[in-house]
Write a new protein. Structure first.
Length: 347
């Protein structure tokens, strides 16, 4: 009997020591940061509705965790299993199992950011996207013809020019080309809906015409506050049946023809193109760039002026004039002393 008691005591002591050892190990593992990936940065894709055990296995396979048990115990003790968010995560430094778990719960998913400036053409936009790894260049180029995405807005559109909204976007590392452009078109829809709720499209106008006008404003106005003034000039000239005389439309026409070399000549002002606003007295047949919110707002809510001309002051602002004589004096003052410079409209 005494032998049995002694054996039980030894067994219990062993179990107690084992439990204490396990607890010490567990606490140590929970408190010790670890990173054992073979590269400086590793990406882990957490599937939707993955079990805690499956997630732990993925993290071990990629070297983010050393052991699965501490991670699983932490998740279950904190009751975090239902809060883990699917997506791709980037790991590049040592972290404890708890820190890893909290990143998954926060949804600290890896994104790539790209800023699309206002005024880029559709072709320039996809080149910038491709350069930043946001899609395949060839596929993006093909997708520019997906006018079915905007048919309800612009039934006559030949491509997505004007409808790829300039903004800072965050995309996942594996985003596909179609998703990228669809998101940009959707962002245009959101912005134009907000703007027209405040400034309705004027009678006789349509959203495509507003976008075309806004694209010209975007290329001409270097400062936000001048957008409504430039809009007023272009609208006043339209009303009087005058050519809009906008150099940016010539540049766009030459880009379409593949002949733009970075400057314009007098001969370019007479080139035959529906985008040549020096020989035609209406808007171009479509946008010449992707306008931002300020230019869209200026097109919808232009200043009320009698201005018919403007010329660059060479500091980002323009001198506006109501008549040709005043405009000529402004050109003498600001442009003729600076050879090679042009500013529209001039005539």
């Amino acid at each position: 009997m005494k032998g049995l008691k002694r054996t039980l005591a030894i067994a219990l002591a062993g179990l107690l020591l084992a439990g204490i050892g396990a607890a010490v190990w567990l606490v140590s593992e929970l408190q010790t940061p670890y990173y054992g990936a073979p590269t400086k940065e590793v990406f882990v894709e957490i599937p939707r509705r993955a079990s805690t055990s499956r997630i732990a296995d993925l993290l071990i396979q990629t070297g983010v965790l050393r052991h699965r048990l501490p991670f699983i115990i932490y998740i279950r003790y904190k009751n975090l299993g239902r809060h883990i968010q699917a997506g791709e995560y980037s790991f590049s430094k040592a972290a404890t199992p708890g820190q890893v778990a909290l990143r998954l719960v926060r949804g600290d998913i890896t994104f790539r950011s790209v800023t699309i400036p206002e005024g880029l053409t559709a072709v320039d936009t996809i080149e910038l996207l491709a350069k930043n790894g946001m899609g395949d260049p060839g596929k993006l180029r093909q997708l520019l013809s997906r006018t079915d995405w905007i048919r309800d807005i612009d039934p006559k559109a030949h491509n997505l020019e004007g409808y790829l909204f300039p903004e800072t976007y965050r995309f996942s590392r594996r985003v596909d080309s179609e998703t990228v452009l669809k998101i940009m078109v959707q962002q245009f829809r959101i912005r134009i809906a907000r703007l027209t709720a405040v400034h309705p499209v004027p009678a006789g106008w349509t959203v495509p015409r507003i976008v075309t006008l806004a694209s010209m404003i975007e290329k001409e106005a270097k400062r936000k506050e001048e957008g409504p003034l430039i809009a007023s000039v272009l609208l006043n000239r339209l009303e009087k049946g005058m050519p809009l005389g906008c150099d940016a439309t010539i540049i766009y026409a030459k880009k379409l023809a593949g002949t733009y070399k970075g400057n314009l000549s007098k001969a370019d002002m007479t080139m035959e193109s529906p985008y040549n606003s020096y020989i035609h007295t209406n808007l171009p047949p479509g946008p010449i760039a992707n306008p931002g919110e300020n230019s869209l707002r200026a097109a919808l809510n232009p200043a009320r002026t009698d201005f018919l001309y403007y010329v660059s002051r060479n500091d980002g602002t323009h001198q506006f004039s109501e008549d040709f004589a005043s405009h000529n004096r402004a050109v003498d003052r600001f442009q003729r002393s600076a050879p090679g410079r042009r500013s529209a409209p001039k005539r």
